[in-house]
Design a binder for this molecule. Sequence first.
Ligand SMILES: CC(C)(COP(=O)(O)OP(=O)(O)OC[C@H]1O[C@@H](n2cnc3c(N)ncnc32)[C@H](O)[C@@H]1OP(=O)(O)O)[C@@H](O)C(=O)NCCC(=O)NCCS
Length: 157
Amino acid sequence: MLWRSPRREDAYEIHELVRQCPPLDLNSVYNYLLLGEHFSDSCLVAERAGSIEGYVSAYIPPLTPEVLFIWQVAVRESARGAGLGGRLLQRLLARPAMGRIRYVETTVGPDNAPSRAMFLRLAGHLGAPVHESLLFDRSLFGPDAHDDERLMRLGPF
Ligand SMILES: CC(C)(COP(=O)(O)OP(=O)(O)OC[C@H]1O[C@@H](n2cnc3c(N)ncnc32)[C@H](O)[C@@H]1OP(=O)(O)O)[C@@H](O)C(=O)NCCC(=O)NCCS
């Protein structure tokens, strides 16, 4: 497996991967281009035989430099269940650019058991306490059906 930051040429393939990974919100190709362009230190792809098998996008919020906010984690369906998502997160946190990070935050839908299991396992690996709260109520998303976005905060570690 090759672990690397996303390149411009990956944006469309990442977009297609996310399309195949419900319940993730599918963002525009332009969004994935920008993430790779401006947040390459905090985004990672796992590539095997020229194919992107996994992707994580994240950023450090400007006002909280000790927090890494994980936006999307996507693992190709055929590659799931082998810990690839967790390894993406651990490799990301091991980067020199993450030296000040003491918390991981993410939102997990109430029914997304695989995602919840992945983040709880990461918390165990980090020896980090986990705290959950409501971040974005479903009513904030307008008329389109959308789950609550619950904040899962891991740390301090
Ligand atoms: C969430 C996701 C990234 C996890 O990736 P992964 O590499 O399969 O992660 P893991 O191998 O650590 O498995 C995590 C959990 O997925 C479930 N799982 C295991 N095998 C699975 C399989 N073959 N297919 C689907 N889910 C499986 C299990 O609940 C597992 O937890 P457990 O090992 O404690 O039982 C992946 O399922 C995915 O891309 N889902 C769609 C997008 C999404 O929901 N992203 C997360 C929100 S940010």
